[in-house]
Write a protein of this length. Structure first.
Length: 335
């Protein structure tokens, strides 16, 4: 009995509590290279915030100087005349033109870009998909002024037929009525911007779709799903947040595009009900075309319009982050 009692006693612990700690953790923190990298990374993040804050302060200060001298309403005035005393200017037409042209570009570019990305990753043979991807990469590297020249010399003359067709069949809506003038309108700008942002959205979406877990696709195929059902149930939910991010990148370029818009648009400070008639303007185009000849008050007014564009861009990016955060659980990124 005594022997069995002694044998049932638990043996003393042979492992130390600190043995489970990863080796080299404290040493990694004190390595000079790690400390330097940590400091550079932290400093880069802080520097970015400082630059953004400095830009906001500069724009806000110069904008306050201009708005204090504005004889009109900065948000609702349909006029831009900074050469008189007191100056009269407003951003109503610029805000309308910027938003409308960017929305048109997104409506045209996003479906086509997603379709191209799906085709190159899930339908096209490897060689054909690689060739298409290479051509799209080349389009992304073309300067905006080249797009503008092509739009002015090639795109604008060939839009007469499209504008005439829209006027014949949809002119009764008023939105697509055309007075037979030169097709240098917001719709033309939207088409050109769609062509410009198409490579950006396509490239990012293609890389996101390539990251879809192969197990998800094979599981859907094993259940008898067709290729489109695999894409609808596996690929698109996984890449949804990535497509949204790609779209926001394209929208950012569309909002701030300057030279291409200035080349194909005939601006005026009138908001037309039709998208086919010349008129309107954008923030970036107005700044580029008037900054060199502007008076000191005129430059402050242009900077004030730049502040509005800055705020619009921040709001768009913030909204995109909120959408991505809400859709994160459906993206499959945590799987």
């Amino acid at each position: 009995m005594d022997i069995s009692t002694e044998n049932t006693e638990a043996p003393p612990p042979t492992t130390k509590p600190d043995a489970a700690k990863p080796q080299g953790t404290s040493r990694a923190v004190t390595r000079p290279g790690d400390r330097i990298f940590l400091g550079l990374s932290r400093g880069s993040g802080i520097l970015l915030l400082v630059i953004m804050a400095a830009m906001a302060v500069f724009l806000a200060y110069r904008a306050s100087l201009a708005i204090s001298k504005d004889h009109g309403n900065f948000l609702t005035t349909f006029e831009w005349n900074t050469g008189v005393n007191p100056p009269v200017f407003g951003i109503a037409v610029l805000a309308f033109g910027t938003v409308v042209s960017s929305v048109i570009a997104m409506l045209l570019a996003v479906p086509v870009a997603v379709a191209i990305a799906l085709f190159t990753t899930h339908y096209a043979p490897r060689k054909l998909g690689g060739t298409i991807a290479y051509v799209i990469d080349l389009l992304a590297a073309v300067p905006s002024i080249v797009y503008g020249l092509w739009g002015a010399l090639v795109l604008v003359p060939h839009l007469n037929g499209l504008f005439g067709w829209l006027n014949d069949y949809l002119g009764w809506t008023g939105v697509f009525s055309w007075d037979q003038g030169a097709p240098r309108s917001l719709l033309t700008v939207g088409i050109l911007l769609a062509i410009m942002i198409l490579p950006i959205i396509t490239n990012v979406s293609r890389e996101v779709f390539r990251q879809t877990p192969r197990m998800n696709e094979e599981a859907a195929l094993a259940l008898g799903a067709t290729r489109w059902e695999v894409i609808r149930m596996s690929v698109l939910p996984f890449g949804r947040s990535g497509v949204i991010s790609a779209s926001m990148l394209g929208l950012g370029r569309a909002l701030g595009e300057t030279m291409a818009v200035a080349t194909v648009l005939s601006p005026d400070f009138i908001i037309h009900g039709s998208l086919l008639n010349p008129g309107g303007g954008t923030f970036a185009q107005n700044i580029a075309s008037k900054f060199s000849e502007a008076t000191p008050d005129g430059r402050d007014a242009l900077i004030a319009s730049g502040l509005v564009l800055f705020v619009i861009t921040l709001l768009v990016n913030g909204a995109a982050r909120m959408i991505i955060a809400r859709r994160k659980e459906y993206s499959g990124a945590n799987a």
